[in-house]
Write a protein that binds this ligand. Structure first.
Ligand SMILES: [Zn+2]
Length: 186
């Protein structure tokens, strides 16, 4: 249902700079918000969506790739490869045209919980490793532009100054959420 889509916080919203708190209660409410985050991500056509981006200041993110999808609750990076790759990266909280080449570890091992609190571990690589690191950054209040090399950062700042960030599309076609708007999960 369209009404199940969550508005996405856009650059400038202070919630994107806050550190998300751990999830301590696993139940239907968490499962429901994860379902809505998945729906929002699939509708908007992105690779990952973190709690902060939908007004939920909890350590959760959802992800999807060409052939799989999933969610991570309370994720921890256990290990990253020394091997670094440069690739194109964007963010759902920025306009689609706002993409930059960014260095990330090729592989990452992550420990997390599922929606029922069961502990899991996953080794991901390539685009998915990039997504996981990008989303875990969000949970720590870090944005992908924080990793930009000086010349790209100057280009990003120029775009921001020119107001290029004004029209960030929402998956539900509605307006951006009011800054600081919160979704409550116990
Ligand atoms: Zn992002």
């Amino acid at each position: 249902m369209t009404s199940d889509l969550l508005p996405i916080s856009t650059f400038g919203d202070p919630i994107l700079r806050e550190v998300a708190r751990p999830v301590t209660e696993f139940g239907d409410e968490l499962s429901e918000i994860l379902r809505r985050m998945h729906l929002t991500l699939a509708t908007a056509g992105g690779g990952g969506l973190a709690g902060n981006q939908v007004g939920l200041l909890r350590r959760v993110f959802v992800w999807r790739s060409d052939n799989s999808s999933g969610h991570c609750v309370n994720p921890d990076v256990l290990e990253t490869s020394d091997d670094i790759v440069f690739d194109d990266e964007g963010c759902m909280s920025f306009p689609r045209s706002f993409r930059f080449e960014l260095a990330r570890a090729r592989e990452v091992r992550v420990r997390f919980q599922d929606n029922r609190g069961t502990q899991e571990e996953l080794m991901v690589s390539g685009r998915l490793a990039r997504t996981f690191l990008h989303e875990i950054d969000h949970l720590n209040g870090i944005l992908f532009i924080d990793h930009l090399a000086a010349h790209d950062l100057a280009r990003a700042k120029a775009a921001i100054d020119q107001g290029d960030l004004d029209a960030i599309p929402q998956p539900n076609g509605g307006p951006s959420p009011v800054h600081g708007e919160r979704v409550y999960v116990p």
